[in-house]
Design a protein around this ligand. Structure first.
Ligand code: AMP
Length: 421
């Protein structure tokens, strides 16, 4: 049998995994400082949640969901994104009864049946934040600052913020009509996908990658000219906060994003050097989603960062901020009684909080020393017979090569002092 991993999935090996851990630590630290608390929802949900939440005419729902009928005859879908799940949990667990806004974050795998390529996978990980229950434009801005803080903490200095407002159902409806009318007159000049979109979801035509569609769309007035007073005011306030806080951004009237639930502000952050998959995160306001999913009408805003792609961006820009992982101690022994003593010692040192390695392969002392080098151990503790008889072990500092015999019951204390000093 030669079973390989499914297309579009990745094995994250230990060397890579420590980079993930580094990013995850930064995420937790930033969320703590911004006051967002972690929520963990199931990996799979009832299909209906995404159909209603994301929108039935979106690419995700039409083509990309991993949907199956379970043994109880229910239609189940592996979550393709986190927002609908968090909103479902917010309603189901009555988080609205607590103080608002609910400021939540999540971290975990998402699943989309996409065409795999560099930076685009079928299982990928997202970190997302959601603030539910407030219309405050500063929250929209917080959603932009928070990922920027993360990118910076990871060493990324070059990225671009694109921002737009999609209005509310009222003003967007008027814009949809304009789009349908103006685009409809040139229907046959659009790509096949856009020809279908014009009647069903004309806003999606704005961000079609086809250059012919792009130039046709350039002639259309931007959505921001159609915003109602409330949406326009809200967007102005978002912009004012961004200016006040010195955050660079680019107004992009063609930014619509792939979910139907967005209202008012939408944004995306891109990095150079990742080709077509240059978006490392995106989000926006979704003032209608809580009600759509069965809760009371209330505003909300959120954002999601693609972690796989963030790591790819760091790799491509040769950024390595990941701390080295080195063992503290390697315990070398010669088998028999020295192994027994070494095992006891190893456990004592581990209890004291040190990373301690030991030989499990009956290697020669020379091979054990090589092993210690591979772990970059700060010290090798050699448990030899004659030293043991004297109640001692030999401690070798690997950076200087200096050796010293240390009494067994003083070893923890000795290493702690050496570490400090
Ligand atoms: P979205 O949920 O589509 O707004 O995506 C938010 C972020 O998740 C994107 O900016 C990407 O960084 C990442 N992302 C989305 N889809 C994929 C995918 N198929 N593979 C890897 N990362 C993805």
């Amino acid at each position: 049998m030669n079973v390989r991993r499914p297309r579009g999935t990745n094995d994250i090996l230990p060397e890579e995994s420590r980079k993930w851990q580094f990013v995850e630590e930064k995420i937790r630290d930033i969320c703590r400082r911004f006051g967002y608390q972690e929520i963990r929802t199931p990996i799979f949900e009832h299909t209906e949640l995404f159909e209603r939440g994301i929108g039935e005419t979106t690419d995700i729902v039409e083509k990309e969901m991993y949907t199956f009928i379970d043994r109880g005859d229910r239609s189940i879908t592996l979550r393709p994104e986190g927002t609908a799940c968090v909103v479902r949990a917010f309603i189901e667990n009555k988080l609205y009864a607590q103080s608002l806004p609910s400021k939540l974050y999540y971290l975990g795998p998402m699943f989309r049946y996409e065409k795999p390529q560099a930076g685009r996978y079928r299982q990928f990980s997202q970190f997302g934040v959601e603030a539910i229950g407030s219309l405050d434009p500063f929250l929209d801005v917080e959603m932009i600052i928070l990922p920027i803080e993360l990118y910076k903490a990871c060493g990324l200095s070059e990225f671009h913020v694109h921002i737009n407002s999609l209005g509310c159902p009222k003003c967007r409806g008027a814009y949809r009509d304009v789009l349908q009318q103006q685009l409809g007159t040139k229907l046959d000049q659009f790509c096949e996908a856009c020809q279908g979109r014009i009647s069903r979801n004309p806003l999606r035509v704005l961000d079609c990658k086809n250059s012919k569609c792009q130039s046709l769309v350039d002639e259309i007035p931007p959505i921001t000219e159609y915003l109602c007073e409330e949406c326009s005011d809200h967007f102005q306030q978002v912009i004012q906060y961004l200016d006040m806080l010195g955050i660079d951004y680019e107004l992009n009237p063609k930014l619509v994003r792939g979910f139907d639930y967005y209202t008012k502000t939408v944004f995306e952050i891109t990095v150079p050097g990742l080709g077509a998959q240059n978006a490392i995160g995106g989000g926006g306001r979704y003032d209608g989603l809580v009600e759509e999913i069965g809760g009371k009408a209330m505003p909300a805003v959120g954002y999601a960062v693609g972690i796989d792609r963030l790591l790819l961006a760091l790799e491509q820009q040769n950024i390595s901020v990941f701390p080295e992982q080195n063992a503290d101690v390697y315990a070398a022994h010669f088998g028999g009684a020295t192994k027994t003593a070494a095992v006891e010692l190893v456990m004592k040192l581990r209890e004291a909080g040190l990373w301690v390695e030991i030989d499990y392969m009956d290697r020669s002392l020379k091979a054990q020393m090589k092993s210690a080098d591979r772990f970059n151990a700060a010290w090798v503790v050699i448990v030899g017979e004659s030293e043991l008889e004297a109640g001692k072990v030999r401690v070798r500092r690997m950076d200087t090569g200096a050796e010293e015999d240390v009494e067994l019951d003083r070893l923890v204390e000795y290493l702690a002092a050496e570490r400090e000093g």
